[in-house]
Design a protein around this ligand. Structure first.
Ligand code: CP
Length: 319
């Protein structure tokens, strides 16, 4: 693996899941793989799980991890080619990234979309500029449109909890939220479940909340949440803002929030969410604190997903 910015960087999802679960069983089995190597974690946005799980994963592989909160501690970065930098930005990514590439063996970056201009966000300019100029492997810690470490974690969590000899029915459901949120987690989950291809996959959301077809193609899509939930084995809950009329909140209908009553439609489904979650807005206390919730296990698995990805990149760079 050269970089890790989407499912397209993975040659075999099941092998990567297996690798992650082997690290879950034996966290320190490759404690020397990253000896004398350094990984840089650049954050342009807040994070709890991604920041800490990636550091733990790197440490398990013997790497030194350095976190840099670029948004708070760094110079304001410019990403536009040919920009006349007479505004607020101080340093161009084409100057900063090659320097970071000299300090680190692997560079990890988290950026969020601006949610103002869809073409800008969906061009993934920030992460592509780092790949272009850093000269070392780049791992996405969540980008403008995707969150691949989260999605790998989600497939790991599904695989390790699924015991029946048939395909699981996985439902991605939109949930209410007070703010316009990115589509990254939902895009990425759809992209990975479709690429994995070992589940019946349904997406449900209100009218006008369609996600980009490039990620959802292959899923059954319905505006009827009850119909979607019927016989579900896994319910993945996530809010996202509108894609077509980009970055808006059209709908905040609380009836879209998953409750124990709605769960009766499912096949005693397990409930997943990437976190952070706004309790009793996106997901009810009764679900989050109840026996169906996988959210803590899911967040714990972030370490093994990150460790499998970092190890794959280290192995490739050694070969
Ligand atoms: N799920 C996730 O990426 O969490 P953080 O934003 O806390 O990293």
């Amino acid at each position: 693996m050269k970089n890790f910015i989407s499912v397209h960087d993975v040659s075999n999802i099941n092998s990567l899941v297996k690798k992650a679960l082997s690290y879950k069983a034996h966290p320190f089995k490759d404690r020397n793989l990253g000896a004398d190597k350094r990984i840089g974690l650049l954050f342009l946005n807040p994070s709890l799980r991604t920041r800490l799980s990636t550091q733990v994963a790197a440490k398990n592989l013997g790497m030194e991890a350095i976190v840099f909160n670029v948004d708070k501690e760094g110079w304001a970065l410019e990403f536009e080619e040919g920009a006349i930098m007479s505004g607020n930005t101080v340093e161009h990514v084409k100057d900063a990234a090659p320097i970071l590439g000299q300090y680190f063996d692997i560079l990890c970056i988290r950026t969020f979309p601006g949610l103002k201009n869809r073409e800008d966000d969906y061009s993934e300019m920030f992460i592509h500029q780092f790949i272009k100029y850093a000269g070392v492997p780049v791992i996405s810690l969540e980008s403008a449109t995707l969150h691949p470490l989260q999605s790998l974690t989600d497939i790991i969590t599904i695989q390790e909890t699924w015991t029946l000899p048939r395909r699981p029915r996985i439902v991605l459901t939109w949930a209410p939220h007070i703010k316009p949120l990115p589509q990254c987690v939902s895009n990425s989950f759809a992209q990975w479940v479709n690429a994995w291809g070992e589940a019946d996959f349904v997406i449900t959301h209100p009218v006008d909340y369609e996600l980009a077809e490039q990620f959802t193609k292959g899923a059954m899509i319905t505006h009827n949440q009850d119909e979607a939930l019927k016989d579900a084995d896994y319910v993945y809950v996530k809010n996202w803002s509108t894609y077509t009329d980009y970055g808006k909140v059209y709908e905040n209908d609380p009836s879209w929030m998953l409750t124990d009553e709605k769960m009766k439609l499912t096949n005693q489904a397990k409930v997943m969410h990437c976190l952070p979650v706004r309790r009793n807005v996106e997901l009810s206390d009764e679900i989050l604190d109840g026996p169906h919730s996988l959210v803590t296990r899911e967040a714990g698995n972030r370490v093994w997903a990150a460790q499998a990805v970092i190890a794959s990149i280290l192995e490739q760079s050694k070969s």
